[in-house]
Design a protein around this ligand. Structure first.
Ligand SMILES: Cc1cc2nc3c(=O)[nH]c(=O)nc-3n(C[C@H](O)[C@H](O)[C@H](O)COP(=O)(O)O)c2cc1C
Length: 288
């Protein structure tokens, strides 16, 4: 890679923010419900959001001080005042209504009404969640960590989840969330979003918790111009690399007499077809 180098503190705030959100992605979106001391409802999306622990269930998100005015967002003020909030997961069906709710409206504006979303009465806290969301969490404030106190600075809000509510419609027959049914969206940089179910792939964890690693790979593979890092990682993922005695007669007969490049193409095809054991035998045929 050829890198351009930047010291964030030397960049204009806008550019710092653009690089940050253009690279740390996709970011899940917390659609945060809160109320002020007088009970006025508020609903706003935040993609500086994640989960941080399961015992107790702890989530965090970060409403920044406005980059333009330095003012605190209503969500931050409300949570400071009441110590409670809800987080609703944003799926593709409500992404445009979420966008409507993101406008910077005065505190008295109810973004549930503005965006046409339905308040879902919570079981354990005062702020409602979003009834159209397939997964909602009711949260109590644990801690607010102020990350600078300047325009654009974050305020990391950590909350403990007192209640989950999961729509039956997104569960599989084992009671687990099916990512295709949840249909969550994530935020990227600029105006970009991603729809999780369009980009799904899985990585088989069947092999081992402790892999042999790249140290087990012969030099010939490490310097191969044919095999990629992802392919080599699948060979390196076995618990122990087989020895040359492991090569069976039929494999020797089928893959004997090939050039090194030809062998690497055969290994590549075997990995592609998920025949890691045979791929390793073909590797060992090159080790004499
Ligand atoms: C998808 C999305 C993600 C956002 N993520 C954040 C974020 O992580 N932090 C932030 O301060 N603002 C974020 N915003 C902007 C806030 O939603 C926006 O400032 C909102 O008006 C704040 O509302 P409030 O003042 O009612 O709390 C995001 C906007 C969108 C559309």
């Amino acid at each position: 890679m050829t890198y351009r180098e930047f010291v964030p503190s030397e960049l204009p705030l806008k550019k710092r923010h653009q690089l940050l959100i253009g690279a740390i992605l996709p970011r899940p979106i917390a659609f945060v419900g809160s109320v002020d001391a007088a009970g006025n409802r508020n609903l706003s999306p935040f993609s500086f959001f994640n989960a941080f622990g399961a015992n107790p269930v702890t989530i965090g998100f970060s409403p920044a001080y406005s980059g333009r005015t330095g003012e605190a967002k209503d969500t931050l003020n409300n949570i400071k005042a009441t110590g409670e909030f809800t987080v609703s997961i944003v799926n593709h069906a409500i992404v445009r209504q979420m966008q409507l709710a993101a406008g910077e409206y005065p505190p008295e504006v109810d973004e549930f009404e503005l965006s046409g979303l339905t308040p879902l009465e919570s079981l354990t806290v005062t702020p409602p969640a979003v009834a159209e969301s397939p997964f909602v969490m009711e949260c109590t404030l644990k801690q607010i960590i102020e990350l600078g106190g300047e325009p654009g600075s974050g305020n990391l809000i950590l909350g403990e989840v007192a209640q989950y509510r999961v729509a039956e419609e997104v569960l599989d027959d084992k009671g687990l969330i099916d990512p295709r049914k949840l249909d969550a969206v994530g935020r990227l940089g600029g105006a970009w979003y991603t729809r999780v179910r369009d980009g799904l792939f899985s990585i088989d964890r069947r092999q081992t918790d402790v892999a042999a690693g790249f140290a087990a790979l012969p030099e010939e593979l490490l310097t191969s111009t044919i095999l990629t890092g992802n392919e080599l990682a699948q060979l390196a993922g076995v618990a122990t690399a087989p020895t040359a005695d492991a090569v069976t007669g039929p494999v020797r007969a089928k893959y004997g007499g090939l050039s090194q490049d030809q062998r690497h193409y055969e290994i590549q095809a075997l990995i592609e077809d998920d025949h890691i054991d045979i791929a390793w035998m073909v590797v060992m045929m090159g080790q004499r």
